[in-house]
Design a protein around this ligand. Structure first.
Ligand SMILES: *[C@@H]1O[C@H](CO)[C@@H](O)[C@H](O)[C@H]1NC(C)=O
Ligand SMILES: *[C@@H]1O[C@H](CO)[C@@H](O)[C@H](O)[C@H]1NC(C)=O
Ligand SMILES: *[C@@H]1O[C@H](CO)[C@@H](O)[C@H](O)[C@H]1NC(C)=O
Ligand SMILES: *[C@@H]1O[C@H](CO)[C@@H](O)[C@H](O)[C@H]1NC(C)=O
Ligand SMILES: *[C@@H]1O[C@H](CO)[C@@H](O)[C@H](O)[C@H]1NC(C)=O
Ligand SMILES: *[C@@H]1O[C@H](CO)[C@@H](O)[C@H](O)[C@H]1NC(C)=O
Ligand SMILES: *[C@@H]1O[C@H](CO)[C@@H](O)[C@H](O)[C@H]1NC(C)=O
Ligand SMILES: *[C@@H]1O[C@H](CO)[C@@H](O)[C@H](O)[C@H]1NC(C)=O
Length: 214
């Protein structure tokens, strides 16, 4: 189409560790592990709104990429230890979701529970799907996983879908296919004490909303 060779390495990994963060988090964001002289490890700090503290989750940059503490991204253009390494100059490429080093929303995730890490390696983007820590959601504005982020639901198929951002399970979305092959989204609230069951896609009193309130 554009005469470009598009190769996309798509790797699904779940590389978050719940052990003590390598970084003592004092703010939300991604921070280099100061003990890692190889510059590959970083910590995602997530704000726990309930007690205004932070929890750190450790990650490792994929393959040959290193964590640049200035941009807070994995990249092959960063020089660790101040020494210049063999940074291959790459032509610009395009892929389905990545257009730069960094993080983008996972288009296949309707509940914002996962996102994609983009790293330009040898002229093509390595796309790594990462999962947000339990209870947090990917905010494309900040590119971070946030506990209080309300995921904007987008219709990708016709039908009724749970509003996963609603911890009471009382609201759901109805996606209707229009004559122009797009979807129109409606939001509904289940009547009285019923809640929306994601398995049967109806409002029911027999479904137990999983969200523990405390
Ligand atoms: C984090 O804090 C603990 C306790 O204060 C300390 O022992 C540890 O060395 C700190 N770690 C880093 C990476 O600063
Ligand atoms: C980097 O993280 C990996 C995976 O948690 C760990 O095995 C390794 O020891 C870490 N490296 C350093 C230098 O802390
Ligand atoms: C940085 O220095 C450490 C120790 O001197 C070494 O083990 C490591 O390989 C270096 N990292 C890079 C990317 O050169
Ligand atoms: C805040 O809450 C989280 C999750 O319940 C918990 O893991 C963490 O230890 C708490 N932090 C403090 C300082 O109480
Ligand atoms: C990068 O661009 C140069 C000059 O246009 C071209 O010769 C080379 O084949 C390209 N490399 C890749 C990996 O596309
Ligand atoms: C989000 O969706 C994925 C798959 O569609 C599912 O595995 C995951 O449990 C969901 N997460 C939440 C918090 O609803
Ligand atoms: C990048 O290309 C070089 C030379 O072709 C190769 O040696 C290296 O393994 C490649 N790196 C990755 C991560 O694919
Ligand atoms: C993201 O940022 C844009 C521009 O600042 C703003 O208009 C939009 O409401 C934000 N979206 C969310 C979900 O925060």
């Amino acid at each position: 189409m554009y005469g470009k060779l598009i190769i996309t390495a798509f790797i699904v990994l779940s590389v978050a560790w719940h052990v003590h963060g390598a970084v003592n988090c004092t703010a939300a964001g991604r921070f280099a592990d100061p003990a890692d002289s190889t510059c590959k490890n970083y910590t995602l700090c997530v704000l726990v709104t309930a007690n205004t503290s932070f929890i750190g989750y450790n990650y490792v940059c994929p393959t040959t990429s290193l964590f640049n503490p200035t941009t807070a991204k994995c990249t092959t253009t960063y020089s660790c230890n101040g020494t210049t390494t063999n940074s291959t100059t790459s032509n610009s490429t395009s892929s389905s979701v990545c257009s730069a080093d960094g993080f983008v929303a996972d288009p296949s995730s309707t509940n914002c529970s996962s996102y994609i890490q983009c790293v330009l390696i040898n002229g093509t983007y390595l796309e790594t799907t990462l999962t947000c820590p339990t209870g947090s959601f990917y905010n494309p504005n900040t590119t971070l996983c946030e506990v209080n982020y309300v995921c904007a639901f987008t219709c990708t198929a016709a039908g009724r879908f749970a509003n996963t951002a609603d911890t009471t399970c009382q609201t759901y979305y109805l996606c209707v296919l229009t004559s122009t092959s797009t979807f129109t989204r409606y939001e509904y609230t289940c009547p009285t004490t019923s809640v929306f069951s994601p398995t049967t896609s109806v409002c029911t009193t027999t479904y137990t909303c999983p969200t523990a309130s405390g």
